[in-house]
Design a protein around this ligand. Sequence first.
Ligand SMILES: [Fe+2]
Length: 329
Amino acid sequence: MSFPSSIQVLDCRGFDEITLNLFLAPGVSPYLETEEFLLDCEMRADELPRFVRRGLLEFQVRSNPDGVLLLKGLPIDPGLYHVQTPTNVERSPDKKTFVSERCLAMIGSRLGHLVSYIQEKNGDLFQNLAPVPTDEQVQASSGSRTRLQFHRETVFHPYAPEYLLLLCLRPDHDRIAETTCASITHALPLLSESDRDLLFQPLYRTGIDYSFGNHQTIKGNGPVMPILYGNRHDPFLNYDEDLMTALTPEAEAALNSLKGAIASVYRGIKLDIGDLLCIDNRRTVHGRSSFTPRYDGFDRWLQRSFVVRDLGSSAQDRHPGERIIRTEF
Ligand SMILES: [Fe+2]
């Protein structure tokens, strides 16, 4: 069952020519002159229409009950229709313009600062997500035929992103793939007081992601933490449906209650071309429904970026002037 309310949308389909040009006007390469690209995008974002800047500001400051904000119908790269979905989830050599990267960097700059992780896709700031034949059943963004279970992005990581941006360059052929999201705001009322007491205690051990090298998908090889933290009535959420284990039977029962609550409040969002979904990674867990890839060059293709609010907190694990977080596990 999906949660019935509709999510917050900023409709970008009516942008005028001046605004479209903020995205489309050529600039430096995000891959060759990364820092200059990011600065340029932040300056361009200052000129976005007021309703976009206001919506992003409100989302950054106070989030919303779903913990997601959808920017609908952003500009896409001209000629993208002819560029094949990358099969090795690396950058497509045929995509010679950077409109999608600019969308991610411009929108991300209103929420914080883009970062990446050295273990994921070579530390790319703009990551290509597409189905990989050998990963169909894997709990990772390269999977397809199995449901990607609910998780906070890199819940095990000391410098997890506060926001996750997903930009759709191409939906799946059958248009059945849904990005699934569930907020703690909606799940909390379904939990008893005693379950909440347990979930606020450090009684849970999470695991290291498959994409960070846990190819045996060993559960519980990460740090011990509480699942809920922050304000008792408006908490943040550490959760990984696949990799998190409880340390006591009572804690496990509470974990199962949370799993059930998430399953009953989640929403499924079908992203279309140019749709950019911002996910509040502290309040909302996400996943993906299963879908059937064809490997014909036109499979589902998303680009993803991570955003942190404070670049300084991870400085000890980054090279000076770089965005790649190099924490070892
Ligand atoms: Fe994820």
